[in-house]
Ligand binder design. Sequence first.
Ligand SMILES: [Ca+2]
Ligand SMILES: [Ca+2]
Ligand SMILES: [Ca+2]
Ligand SMILES: [Ca+2]
Length: 376
Amino acid sequence: MKDTRLSRPLLSLALLLISTLACNLPAIRPKVDLETTQTITALETIVAGTMQVGGDGQPDQPPKSPPPDTHVPTDTPHPTILHEMQPEEPVALLSSLTDLSSLPLADEHRAIGDSFILNLYERPFTAGGMDYLPHLDIVYAELGLSAPWIYVVIYLEDAPPDDAIATYGVEIDLDLDGCGDWLIMAALPLASEWTTDGVRAQHDVNDDVGGLTPLRPDAPNPALDGYDERVFDHGLGPDPDAAWARRDPEHLERIQLAFKYELIDSDAAFLWGAWTDADVKKPLWFDYNDHFTIEQAGDPAITSEYYPLKALAWIDNTCRWAFGFTPIGNEPGLCGSTTLPTPEPDMGYLVCVLRVCTCQPACPPRAEPCTPCELP
Ligand SMILES: [Ca+2]
Ligand SMILES: [Ca+2]
Ligand SMILES: [Ca+2]
Ligand SMILES: [Ca+2]
């Protein structure tokens, strides 16, 4: 047992080094298998199920949009775009992932499952007041290919209000190195018809998203430029039909995106995750945990010394899941991946819900890194 405990930090360090080097090395691709669907572990479901809704279960009505600032997109006039083709009904959504809902803890103005150090955010709240924003809270997302389109559907806890200002989108890591390569985001308002208005596709040309250590915090470095190339902007770009978005006409709490498969070079296997972002909206600052320190960003965990949320609020994202291959489990940012070895029979991981901590046999994916403990 002693040897295994000692090996954990060494293994974590090794994985960190591999992850760091990975941005500059050719990716090793697992075997291709298009049948990829993911469901978060049963333990996380149990943990989520144990959460209780406080008070009357109805959060106070927060503002629908962040305070006016320079980040809010403006309606700049642009030329009429002539389209040749547009997406249809999203189909073949074979890759899917789940994300925590913050609704059960909304009345307590706090969240669990947020991990600044993993670039995994659960922050659908206002800064300071921690008022819950259900239209920014991702609970599920799915992605699929129906050539020529890649479709993405983001399920929210509630439909965006008509006056909300928010963006919704997908981040794609083509070479499975943890550094995102594409960020495709769509801004409200979105009608129930497909539009390219408000849709942007951004590419990281010089491969510096994530800085020295992808997904993990690095010291802020002004030389990094994140997603530095805007390939598609409101219908402007080499292909005016490259990226679209709409609200699901049947389900207003679902945002649908569609973009040309060839936009991402028809890559056969990649990792993807979903985003909502209603305030920061700075692709040049990705990963956000490289741009902000946790002191600046704040923390939605009420027990954290950095609570409440500050500069990094009005935001949610998901872990990543595979398209086009079966993940082996150690892909960076993967849902359910763990940086810890399987515990010994009498060892488990500390899981805390509503400030009550118990020793469980497994570390919930959204709780990583978990503290080892002795099972009762
Ligand atoms: Ca969420
Ligand atoms: Ca990458
Ligand atoms: Ca980083
Ligand atoms: Ca860059």
